[in-house]
Design a protein around this ligand. Structure first.
Ligand SMILES: Cc1cc2nc3c(=O)[nH]c(=O)nc-3n(C[C@H](O)[C@H](O)[C@H](O)COP(=O)(O)OP(=O)(O)OC[C@H]3O[C@@H](n4cnc5c(N)ncnc54)[C@H](O)[C@@H]3O)c2cc1C
Length: 366
């Protein structure tokens, strides 16, 4: 079994499969570097790293998984093999009986499919934090969860910094239930974040939104330019990490076509899960924990059993702001929030629900 891409969905899929079969996991990173909770990552990188950056050796469930550090560069569907370029530039071929594609998407400065060592990741985390820590004013551009969470957490961490959040629509979090935005909007007001609706940013020529900038931001919607020491671009221009895949398995936007069983049509034994998989309008299979389903379907396919179907939700759900001093709010698809009290995050949620329940055991760092 090959799991291509060991991010949030790939790690979990590999953990499920490794209990039953021989698994090879391939990743450009030496561990899980989650794309979640951007605000926490910028404002308190050490606290973020404790839960969202986990070396592969720390996952007990990956003990039996052979991990390869390198970049996937090709897929030969007929020959059932993938090609990997390792960090030294040499080529490695891995054959498979079943393949799960989980290479995710590129998004902003914090989710990029670059080959990195642990030291590179440390530097990157520290740099983003330092730029924002030094700023006396910050503009966050974007209206999704990454933007909103950045604005809130920056304002909470540095209360004397002026924080402005600019988003194009009437409201931010357009893919969440309206109730979620009402609640989160109130939290932003309490934290002193200045919210500006109806602003669409003009992107500097050729700018890939791959770093935190500073200076003037102009708007295509006609308002006066705005200026800040640091500008965090979180405008949701996600790009699927599918350059390595043949065009025939991709949809018009470059995501991997899948049927309701997360199987790639016309390619028996090839599945996709997570942000790269064109499952539904929101491509929500990572959030909806389809890692379990895809692992089940891979095994069912090999054993000739019936495959299960994925059922997406209508609205995005989950945490938006991440852990706060008064606890962690998790929003349901209906927009109502469930709150984990602050004391329970380190004593119950992370050790028991996340590390034990979801990941089947995570070793402490040394
Ligand atoms: C347990 C869990 C909880 C979640 N909670 C929330 C929540 O509360 N709120 C919310 O909004 N969302 C939540 N999400 C969803 C989350 O926002 C994203 O959808 C999720 O991080 C996407 O995971 P992924 O595996 O598809 O992508 P990624 O985590 O980005 O993984 C892709 C990996 O593949 C690597 N890669 C890419 N290209 C290559 C290549 N060519 N060769 C080798 N490696 C490559 C990437 O570098 C990366 O490491 C959750 C997801 C999970 C699993």
């Amino acid at each position: 079994m090959v799991v291509a891409g060991l991010g949030d969905s790939g790690v979990l899929t590999a953990i499920h499969l490794a209990r039953h079969c021989e698994v090879v996991g391939i990743s450009v990173k030496p561990g899980l570097v989650s794309g979640q909770e951007l605000g926490l990552r910028i404002s308190r990188p050490d606290a973020w790293a404790r839960d969202y950056r986990v070396d592969f050796e720390r996952f007990r469930g990956l003990d039996r998984v052979r991990t390869i550090h390198g970049t996937l560069t090709g897929l030969d569907i007929g020959g059932q093999r993938v090609t990997i370029t390792d960090p030294d530039g040499s080529t490695v071929i891995e054959d498979y009986d079943a393949l799960v594609i989980s290479t995710g998407v590129t998004n902003g400065f914090w989710r990029r499919p670059t080959v990195q060592t642990s030291a590179d990741i440390d530097d990157e985390l520290r740099q983003a934090h330092d730029i924002v820590a030094r700023a006396r004013s910050v503009i966050v551009v974007g209206g999704g969860a990454a933007a909103v969470s950045s604005a809130a957490n920056i304002a909470a961490r540095w209360p004397r910094t002026r924080v402005d959040l600019y988003y194009p629509g009437e409201r931010a979090l357009p893919q969440h239930h309206p109730r979620t935005w009402r609640r989160v909007g109130d939290r932003l007001d309490d934290l002193g974040v200045n919210r500006h609706s109806g602003y669409r940013a003009l992107l500097p020529n050729g700018f890939e939104c791959d770093r935190i900038t500073g200076g003037v931001v102009r708007w295509t919607t006609g308002q006066m330019p705005a200026e800040a020491d640091a500008v965090v671009w979180a405008i949701g221009r996600t790009r699927p990490n599918t350059d390595w895949l043949p065009a025939e398995i991709l949809d018009g936007d470059g995501f991997v076509r899948v049927d309701s069983r997360l199987s790639v049509p016309g390619c028996p034994g090839v599945f996709a899960v997570g942000d790269v998989a064109a499952t539904d309008r929101l491509r929500s299979s990572a959030r909806n924990r389809a890692d379990r389903l895809v692992a089940h379907n891979v095994r069912a396919h090999l054993d000739g059993r019936r495959l299960k179907s994925y059922r997406p939700k209508d609205h995005r759900w989950g945490s938006v702001l991440g852990p706060q001093p008064d606890g962690l709010e998790v929003f349901a698809p209906t927009g109502y929030a469930f709150r984990f009290p602050a004391w329970s995050i380190d004593r119950v949620l992370q050790p028991w629900i996340v590390r034990r329940g979801i990941y089947h055991g995570v070793r402490d760092t040394h």
